[in-house]
Design a protein around this ligand. Structure first.
Ligand SMILES: NC(=O)c1ccc[n+]([C@@H]2O[C@H](COP(=O)([O-])OP(=O)(O)OC[C@H]3O[C@@H](n4cnc5c(N)ncnc54)[C@H](OP(=O)(O)O)[C@@H]3O)[C@@H](O)[C@H]2O)c1
Length: 244
């Protein structure tokens, strides 16, 4: 597939490596220009480009930028074909993304994203820590493979992204329509808890929309108050303990 990734940080950089390794034609862009993209991001074949040239004639465009930045990408996405699948990897954290009234009032994050991007999105790769995505991927069929939810309204687009999630090292769980994607937002049991397919299904069903923002904020407070940086394993254990 012809894939572009906007955002070359922890999430975009990892996907650039994984998806080009899987044989896709990958372009990657950031704000500071192609020359600023780190060599390790392009080590498996992804090509750095300007954001302005990243959205034309692509099968998939993955947005790996901070949540609140997405409205700035509307013009870039207007240059993409109608058939291009757009993927939203973002999460809303008030402390990092500022107060966004509609989302604070309960609008599903990816519905806000697609409204401000001016096109439909598929939500994927948002519910795993960057370190999980970078280090914990396994080949298809591995018995203890971590699963990631994929939500979106178009069956074709969701299936396309599920294939890419699989190729990035994770089982893809069909999480249905975008309006239900609050079940994979911060503060829910499915969020950054490294579950297998079956456990993930239960976690998504167990999510409680009204409780998630408070759980998200409590976890952020908890992490902020720790004296030492928790290990990856400790971080996942703390996330799980908030629900089980
Ligand atoms: N980190 C995690 O553990 C994690 C896990 C799951 C999901 N996510 C979500 O994934 C998204 C990316 O997170 P991240 O951790 O990868 O962030 P990051 O490391 O800070 O990288 C963000 C990237 O976005 C680029 N960018 C910002 N504004 C842009 C614009 N207007 N046009 C083009 N590129 C732009 C930045 O470019 P410059 O470098 O040039 O500024 C940077 O390359 C976020 O929405 C986050 O919520 C993160």
């Amino acid at each position: 597939m012809k894939i572009s990734i906007i955002g070359a940080g922890a999430i975009g950089g990892n996907l650039a490596r994984r998806l080009s390794e899987a044989g896709h034609d990958v372009l990657i862009a950031n704000t500071r220009g192609p020359q600023s993209i780190e060599a390790e991001v392009t080590a498996t074949g992804a090509r750095p480009v300007s954001a302005e040239s990243a959205t034309q004639d692509r099968d998939v465009v993955i947005l790996a930028v901070p949540f609140g930045v997405q409205p700035q990408l509307k013009k870039l996405l207007a240059a993409a074909q109608e058939s291009t699948v757009v993927v939203d990897t973002s999460n809303y954290y008030p402390g990092m993304n500022g107060h966004i009234e509609a989302v604070v009032d309960g609008q599903v994050e990816s519905l806000w994203s697609q409204e401000h991007l001016g096109r439909p999105v598929v939500k994927a790769w948002n519910a795993a820590l960057a370190e999980t995505q970078r280090n914990m991927g396994q080949p298809t069929g591995a018995s203890d493979r971590i699963a990631l939810p994929v939500a979106g309204d178009s069956d074709r687009a969701r299936a396309t992204v599920m294939q890419l999630v699989d190729e990035s090292g994770f089982d893809a769980y069909d999480a249905g329509v975008l309006a239900e994607s609050w079940r994979q937002q911060p503060g829910t049991p499915a969020y950054c808890t490294e579950l297998g397919l079956e456990e993930l299904e239960h976690a998504l069903l167990a999510a409680e929309k009204d409780k998630a923002p408070a759980t998200r904020d409590r976890l952020m407070e908890h992490f902020g108050a720790l004296r030492t940086m928790p290990s990856h394993e400790q971080t996942v254990a703390i996330n799980r303990a908030a629900h089980y």
